[in-house]
Design a protein around this ligand. Structure first.
Ligand code: 0XW
Ligand code: MG
Length: 368
């Protein structure tokens, strides 16, 4: 089986209840890129990548489409059964741009799964579970609003609430964390994520002011070095998200001893196969982590669930998809939706979803 066609689509995903706010960005809509890969045997594989705006991390939507267009002519005719070889081929054609290569990797895994009648989780080694805990991420807000939202989400069944912080007076963030804990303390894991939005001294101040609240501190500062500078004084466990752009970044963070776990984005790291490698590196060092992505519709969400299902349960903190912020599923029948704080792993071969082609946006480029 060989790759015979590749089509690239662009779709705007308006954010339900937007804007979605973080310390350094506020967005009403996310621009997603969808890849349709067709084999010479007529099998279709779907991939997707949706950076959350151009500021959250160095990746952005136009960059994804430019990188895919750079690669695509040289992907036609390649084996559709060898993800490792395709990855090396892509690396030989284009340096970096893991997030764009991730969309190709997802599409290829979907195609291989459909070819063999296997799910992507089975291709990645096998599913530990059919039901995955999701987490809920709030935006930046006031103590009253965020604590009320956290309380509602715990009542819905969520076991992990990520509260956004940073980019404003630390005293407000401290008040938010205290109020959230007052409402949901002991009922769910609380995570405080500054999205690189605090200086080292601000992060330290937040940690010390809330030393009696057992939250997990996510990406407290901009760089690993800044986090390392306060690591010995912060009283909370630290997980690193945005600073893990490559496998080497994950290894560097572990070897620096700068964190206790990770928030792992599937496309940022390069797709399901790169994530499987990081999963195994984390297991070798007993590092708990999430499996998630920046944004995206059913295609990214399904890929996230398939990888999440392969993580040893005691190391899987939770998964996150953008589903609750998106208006409609690409696949009206098997689309990914969270219920009571948990996701069901898709059942069908490949990713287990079949996008309706009227719902995947506009065609940008075709290669054959
Ligand atoms: C909660 N998220 C997964 C959604 C946005 O992509 C940001 C993010 C995070 O944890 O930073
Ligand atoms: Mg984060």
């Amino acid at each position: 089986m060989r790759i015979s066609e590749l089509h690239v689509y662009q779709k705007d995903l308006p954010i339900v209840g937007g804007p979605y706010t973080m310390s350094r960005t506020s967005l009403d809509c996310v621009d997603t890129t969808i890849v349709k890969m067709v084999s010479d045997s007529g099998i279709v594989g779907w991939g997707e990548v949706a950076p959350i705006g151009p500021v959250y991390q160095p990746q952005h939507a136009l960059g994804a489409r430019a990188a895919i267009s750079e690669l695509a002519p040289n992907l036609i005719g390649q084996s559709a059964l060898a993800p490792l070889l395709l990855r090396r081929h892509m690396d030989a054609l284009l340096n970096g741009h893991n997030y764009a290569k991730a969309a190709v990797d997802v599409a290829l895994m979907d195609m291989i799964g459909k070819h063999h009648g296997l799910r992507v989780c089975d291709l990645l080694g096998g599913a530990e579970t059919e039901r995955l805990p999701g987490y809920y991420a709030t935006g930046i807000g006031s103590p009253d609003d965020i604590s009320r939202l956290a309380d509602e989400k715990v009542a819905e069944g969520y076991t992990r609430i990520q509260v956004k912080a940073g980019g404003r007076d630390v005293a407000i963030d401290i008040a938010v964390v205290k109020k959230v804990w007052e409402k949901i303390g002991g009922k769910a894991q609380v995570v405080v994520d500054t999205n690189r939005g605090m200086t080292a001294s601000q992060a330290l101040r937040l940690s010390l002011a809330c030393s009696d609240i057992p939250f997990v501190f996510e990406q407290p500062c901009n760089t690993l070095e800044e986090v390392a500078s306060i690591r010995g004084q912060v009283v909370h466990p630290i997980i690193i998200d945005e600073n893990t752009e490559t496998l080497n970044d994950v290894l560097r963070a572990i070897s620096m001893g700068v964190c206790d776990g990770f928030g792992l984005k599937m496309t940022r790291l390069g797709g399901p196969n790169a994530m499987a490698t990081v999963r195994d590196i984390c297991a070798a060092r007993s590092m708990p982590h999430t499996v998630e992505d920046t944004w995206g519709g059913d295609i990214v969400a399904a890929a996230v669930l398939h990888i999440g299902a392969t993580v040893e349960p005691h190391l899987l903190e939770a998964v996150w998809t953008a589903g609750s912020y998106i208006e409609e599923n690409y696949d009206p029948e098997n689309g990914i939706n969270i219920k009571g704080g948990y996701f069901d792993l898709p059942k069908g071969p490949g990713l287990g979803i079949n996008p309706d082609e009227t719902r995947i946006g506009k065609l940008i480029a075709s290669f054959a």
